[in-house]
Design a protein around this ligand. Structure first.
Ligand code: B12
Length: 299
């Protein structure tokens, strides 16, 4: 740290000018010694030198130099932010690769350690979306391509699903919010998207009864009544399941016209089914708006 006298010598500007710039433009805020004297950092000195340079070599006024300084600072901030985000993405890629390797080696301990590390480094939504889901999708692709076996796929899906369910347990739920039941109809094994949507609702505080993949319709109406469910989330990948599902929904609505259904999944990508008063098909990436305008207002 440097005293004002030393700074004045180093940059060639009188003490009084340095203090005036400080008070008028708030460009630097030196620390204070125990005795109340100003103490400047190297960054402070660099800022003062930069301002002096703009005035002397470019012939501009101090007020204009200060304005330029804030533009430069913003540019540097944006650049640093970009570098930081780039690093984080690189580390997502690295964590994905490591986790993928451990999963196909069926190594429970190491796979869990990598997931723990991911949670310690990143926000939990990022870990679910950018690491766990990506790894599951990669494993599913490789399973379909025949490069990895069914045992590896099951092992990976189970281990990752356990982490999802752990989060389900710890997120607090609020009793006054609508209760949700989530499932994929019979024959549908793809439930990662459903899990992501359920996690989104759990984060909002809704209780979600998660039945998961391959759920027969039989007895579901009883659960809906018994558990006082008001919203039903259904995920469909195979569009052939849609017709049965829509018929089941009609039956449910005859018994309870206040029920709401939220549908999603690849199966709806190429269909003409539109949202109605009771049935919603939110756009992917638009869950926040869907929640804000539909879940909180109409339920
Ligand atoms: C992982 C995977 C599997 C895993 C599933 C594991 C699991 N636990 O879920 C396993 C290996 C079991 C599997 C099996 C099969 N699969 Co597969 N699988 C995939 C894969 C690689 C990723 C799917 C996935 O999880 N994506 C990630 C999630 C997050 O995306 P998503 O499901 O689209 O969900 C998003 C949205 O749709 C939405 N969403 C989803 N559900 C819901 C619900 C609500 C309420 C809301 C609001 C939103 C929402 O939110 C998500 C976020 O944006 C895809 C190919 C790919 N690269 O996408 C094929 C894919 C889905 N599978 C496919 C097929 C054909 C099969 C098999 C029939 C293959 C076979 N030869 O046997 C089997 C049988 C499946 C069955 N009976 O259901 C096809 C489906 C085509 C179709 N539309 O019918 C795909 C597209 C592959 C392809 N080459 O065409 N699969």
């Amino acid at each position: 740290m440097y005293t004002i006298k030393k700074v004045s010598e180093l940059v060639g500007i009188p003490n009084v000018t340095i203090r005036a710039w400080e008070n008028r433009y708030h460009i630097i805020s030196p620390q204070r010694s125990d005795g109340g004297h100003r103490l400047y950092s190297q960054d402070d000195i660099n800022t003062i030198k930069w301002l002096k340079d703009q005035m002397e070599n470019k012939g501009i006024k101090i007020s204009e130099a200060v304005r330029l300084l804030s533009v430069e600072t913003q540019k540097n901030y944006t650049k640093n932010q970009y570098e930081h985000e780039k690093k984080a993405i690189e580390s997502f890629g690295e964590l994905q690769d490591k986790l993928y390797q451990r999963l196909i080696e069926l190594d429970t301990v190491q796979a869990n350690e990598i997931i723990d590390l991911a949670f310690s480094l990143h926000a939990f939504e990022d870990v679910f979306l950018k690491i766990l889901t990506s790894v599951l999708v990669r494993i599913g692709d490789e399973w379909e391509a025949g490069t990895i076996g069914v045992a590896e796929e099951h092992f990976a899906s189970e281990l990752i699903m356990q982490r999802f369910t752990n989060f389900f347990r710890v997120l607090p739920s609020q009793d006054h919010l609508p209760k949700v039941m989530a499932f994929c109809p019979e024959g549908e094994l793809h439930h990662i998207g459903l899990m992501l949507f359920s996690l989104f609702l759990r984060k909002k505080g809704n209780e979600v009864i998660y039945l998961g993949a391959n759920t027969p319709y039989i007895d579901l109406m009883q659960i809906i009544k018994r558990k006082n469910i008001s919203v039903i989330a259904i995920s469909i990948t195979d569009s052939n399941s849609i017709e049965n599902t829509m018929n089941w929904i009609k039956g449910c609505l005859q018994e309870n016209p206040n029920l709401k259904f939220v549908l999603g999944g690849k199966g709806f990508e190429n269909t003409q089914i539109l949202s109605t008063r009771n049935v919603f098909i939110p756009e992917t990436n638009d869950w926040e708006n869907f929640y804000k305008y539909t879940m909180t207002k109409t339920l």
